[in-house]
Ligand binder design. Sequence first.
Ligand SMILES: Cc1ncc(COP(=O)(O)O)c(C=O)c1O
Length: 386
Amino acid sequence: MPHLDTEILHADMKFSADSAITPSIPFTATFVARDAQEFAEMASTPQHSRYYTRYGNPLHERIGHLVARLEGAESGLCFSSGMGGIAASILSQVKAGDHVVAQNNHYMATSKIMTELLPRFGVQTTLVDQTDVSAFAAAMQPNTRLIHLETPANPTMALTDLAGVCALAKAAQALVSCDNTFASPINQKPMSFGVDIVMHSATKYLSGHHDITAGVVVASKALCEQIWHTAITLGATQSPFDAWLLLRSLRTLPIRVRQHNATALSVATFLEGHPGIERVFYPGLPSHPQFDLARKQMTGFGGVMSVWVRGDYARTTAFVSRLNLFRHAVSLGGVESLAVHAAAMWAGTMNDAQMQQAQIQPNAVRLSIGLEAAEDLQDDLSQALA
Ligand SMILES: Cc1ncc(COP(=O)(O)O)c(C=O)c1O
């Protein structure tokens, strides 16, 4: 089999309808059938790529195929946002009376699915410390249908032992889903540890340019079909233009992620030695509390890190405000470096107790390392910490 760097450029060509090397943008809501028989087939085939755009389009098919190849899955689906994919996937697998185990730390909107949305519909949830496999084991119930993971987690950079959790899930016949946004499939392949459904906010590394919101979910063909049936009723459809941009960006995913990895490791090492920084949380540093696990299940460590500025909330605000190259903005995984003051970001949606539970310190800053030169980023950080 060719290397993944090669596959990402060519593996979808079999879906091409013409000889153009780049696909055209299918700006259409609907597709014409040649005859009644074809219409019946289009209407009854799950994930048909040429029936109605909410059901799929030719670019969704190509993207789904490529991300599935990268993750080692059979099939893939596209969404208008990461949350569109995460919500559709989880809702497709649970019903009233089921139980879901998830982590104390997740991307905020995922936490809300667990703490607010699912309980409203009679699905019970238990949140556990993701760093402790025995906490997952202790939370399992006879009606546990799904374990939902996110590793590294936003924004703490804590990791979940994928092999450990998958082993106990299999024994209990529960499914495991994993948000692989922070690592990207270049750095971590959750399915190789037994995960059943992998989700991405493709807004981040997969698209990589801070220009679209998008989601991709990959799984077995059977699970994708189930998720697709829920997805078309929820309607988080990825637009044709966003799909075109996403497909274009996927071509450079491996090379971008390798550069993000290298620059982030260099910046993390630099910050760890800086007197203005109290702590750095980056899975590629030996000081990360789960460095051994990171080396076991990741092949690179990504471009995101959390740092604790030496000082209080005001000092941290001043540091973020003084940065020039790092833009003061939410999101991550794109070509421009971004910085956010975590406590300020979550203040509107979490109370103090929730922030404490999610381990969000007043002096925590999340950095997403872009594709600028490492030395320039370090100079910017130095002047902002001075
Ligand atoms: C880990 C993770 N998952 C999911 C999401 C949600 O993605 P989107 O904003 O594309 O819906 C985010 C957004 O920041 C995220 O960081």
